[in-house]
Design a protein around this ligand. Structure first.
Ligand SMILES: *[C@@H]1O[C@H](CO)[C@@H](O)[C@H](O)[C@H]1NC(C)=O
Ligand SMILES: *[C@@H]1O[C@H](CO)[C@@H](O)[C@H](O)[C@H]1NC(C)=O
Ligand SMILES: CC(=O)N[C@H]1CO[C@H](CO)[C@@H](O)[C@@H]1O
Length: 591
């Protein structure tokens, strides 16, 4: 049950996560949704989708070593260029080296004198630094530190080390600096950058997180750095963890919605079962289609694979077998495997609209949008009366922001066959996104009448009511959805979001969330939502556990990256809470 998570491709920007959780800001409709948006975008309509696996927009890109921008090159503190006359002048007019300001009788000096000498050493160090004479600058800062330890001296020396690519030393000095002044943002930044350069991303994230909190989330540069590290870290961890995961099908509900979005296949299944089977593989294909009719997805998956393994297939059955095996691979998130099978299916049956649509979905997965659209258009040329093509192209259009086109597609799909509930739901959602609230309400009202047994209609309608702050009505819809589909975690999750948004009632929200987990213990979104709620309440450790559960349940790499990003952000917040309790208290109290 992680279908919904699949569409939230990239780890969420970090600002929102922390701003929401640490500061205890009221979360809007769906913490989880909002996590993928900046607070300024909170009002943007959300993107509920259903009935198709074309939700995942892009692939997770392989983590690349992070490039630091030039604007983040070290800059020194208190750079007071010393007057040329004050500086010792060498033969060539250059600053001589070694420039030893360190007195022999240091023990005998008073505190004031030492401080004065240290200041001089630092000033000269700054001058050397500006001249890029880092060894010399390091020497001077060392003298300054020996005279009178100071957070700035350590931090400046760290800047030299960082500039010499000696990140270990830079980190060491920043740590000394921070011992003396834990709120010293420049030292935090410098250490964060050094950690980042060294690939110690968790440590970098901790430092940047502290900075975010200290600067109350107002510094865009810091937020961007934090986002960047979080994303790189999550993607790297996800790429590693995904190797250990055994691909599995999503929840039955999701598989069913996907299968049902190919209406002609479902209808054609009976024809396949009735056809004359000659070879061993043919019979297995029929078994697979029979299982589809009976909605036994896992059996269908097994039979489809077995049919091709048998190596015995006649020409009518073979492309069907490849298509079906590809369908399940796609649902498991094994996209490239699915693609290869679809190609094989098209080799012998190039005009199969069903296969073409599925391949188009894969182009979308690869973020090859143009290619996907071309495929849909080709499918429409082949069969302009297939309702599925329009429905699926509508999904793509929503993803590319073309809601007007999507509304047209859904309407066309419904005009060709109005028995697919998700086409109605998606139409309503797309209308709502376009700002046609009256049209959306109308669509949902009609869908409610037409699909008397569909809890999904109520649930989606509820989401829109929630978005328009009609809380009482929204609760009624969610409750209705729960009564109609008690095994679905989604309405509980939506209700949980509602309680948080409406009443700021994290405890009730948590209880609803736990109900979602109870009915579907494999629902990673429910765990992520729970984690978020626990974080709200400052229950950091419990929150981390819930995020771990969400990661364990995540099926695909983007889902996993998402769950890990949230978890790492929470862990960084825990770090801040442990090391800077007063700052957190102030943030919380200040709201
Ligand atoms: C944001 O943070 C960076 C890094 O610490 C700093 O160089 C910059 O001056 C800050 N910007 C503002 C507006 O405070
Ligand atoms: C709310 O319900 C809709 C419809 O079932 C679902 O798509 C969506 O994911 C739910 N919201 C959350 C946050 O799970
Ligand atoms: C290796 C390195 O980081 N060098 C930089 C040292 O700092 C100066 C400016 O302060 C940069 O121009 C160098 O690229």
């Amino acid at each position: 049950m992680s279908a919904e998570a699949a569409k939230r491709l990239n780890p969420p920007p970090w600002k929102t996560i922390v701003a929401i959780t640490i500061a205890g800001v009221v979360v809007g409709a769906g913490a989880w949704y909002l996590l993928s948006q900046r607070p300024s975008e909170k009002k943007a309509p959300k993107k509920p989708t259903a009935g198709g696996a074309t939700k995942r927009k892009s692939k997770t890109k392989a983590a690349k070593p992070t490039e630091l921008r030039d604007s983040q090159a070290p800059s020194l503190d208190d750079v007071e260029p010393i007057a040329v006359n004050d500086a010792p002048v060498g033969v060539n007019g250059e600053t001589p080296y070694p420039a030893n300001l360190f007195p022999d009788n240091v023990e005998a000096l008073g505190a004031d004198e030492r401080a004065e000498l240290a200041k001089g050493a630092k000033a000269l160090g700054n001058k050397f630094f500006a001249e890029k004479k880092y060894n010399e600058a390091v020497d001077l800062y060392t003298q300054a530190i020996l005279l009178k330890p100071d957070a700035i001296f350590y931090s400046n020396r760290a800047a030299c080390y960082a500039n010499m690519s000696n990140y270990d030393k830079a980190i060491e000095d920043c740590t000394e600096s921070l011992k003396m002044d834990p709120h010293y943002v420049k030292a935090l930044n410098r250490r964060g950058q050094a950690y980042e350069r060294k690939g110690q991303l968790t440590d970098a994230l901790n430092d940047y997180t502290v900075m975010c909190v200290l600067e109350e989330f107002n510094n865009e540069t810091v937020l961007a750095a934090t986002d960047r590290v979080l994303k790189t870290l999550a993607q790297a961890k996800a790429a590693e963890l995904i190797k250990t995961k055994h691909p599995r099908l999503p929840s039955d509900t999701f598989v069913a919605a996907f299968m049902d979005s190919f209406r002609l296949t479902s209808k054609g299944a009976h024809a396949v079962v009735a056809a004359k089977a000659e070879k061993e593989g043919d019979k297995l294909v029929q078994e697979a289609f029979q299982a589809i009719i009976e909605r036994k997805w896992s059996d269908a998956q097994t039979a489809a694979a077995a049919s091709l393994d048998s190596g015995e297939l006649s020409s009518y059955f073979e492309p069907l077998a490849f298509n079906l095996r590809a369908t399940f691979a796609f649902l498991r998130g094994e996209v490239e495997f699915a693609f290869a099978d679809l190609e094989k299916s098209l080799e012998s049956d190039p005009k199969n609209v069903n296969t073409i649509i599925k391949r188009a979905s894969i182009f979308m997965e690869r973020a090859e949008v143009e290619q996907a659209i071309t495929e849909y258009n080709r499918a429409i040329e082949i069969n302009p009366t297939d309702p599925d093509v329009y429905y699926h192209r509508g999904q793509i259009r929503v993803l590319t922001g073309d809601n007007t086109g999507a509304v047209e597609d859904y309407q066309k799909s419904i005009s060709l066959d109005d028995n697919f509930v998700y086409a109605h739901i998606q139409l309503g959602v797309a209308q709502y996104k376009l700002g046609d609230v009256a049209g959306a309400v109308n669509t949902f009202t009609e869908a409610t009448r037409k699909f008397k047994n569909s809890g999904e209609v109520y649930n989606y309608h509820g989401e829109i009511l929630l978005d328009t702050q009609q809380f009482d009505e929204a609760v009624k819809n969610f409750d209705k959805a729960i009564s109609m589909m008690p095994q679905s975690p989604l309405p509980y999750i939506n209700k949980s979001i509602l309680y948080l948004q409406w009443r700021q009632d994290a405890a009730t929200a948590e209880a609803e969330c736990r109900k979602a987990i109870k009915v579907d213990p494999l629902c990673d979104i429910a765990f992520a939502q729970l984690a978020q709620l626990l974080l709200h309440q400052g229950k950091f450790e419990e929150s981390l556990q819930a995020y771990d559960a969400a990661s364990t349940l995540a099926r695909t790499e983007p889902e996993l990256a998402n769950a890990i990003a949230l978890r790492e952000a929470a862990a960084a917040q825990l770090y801040v809470a442990q090391h800077y309790p007063a700052v957190i208290a102030k943030l919380r109290g200040g709201m």
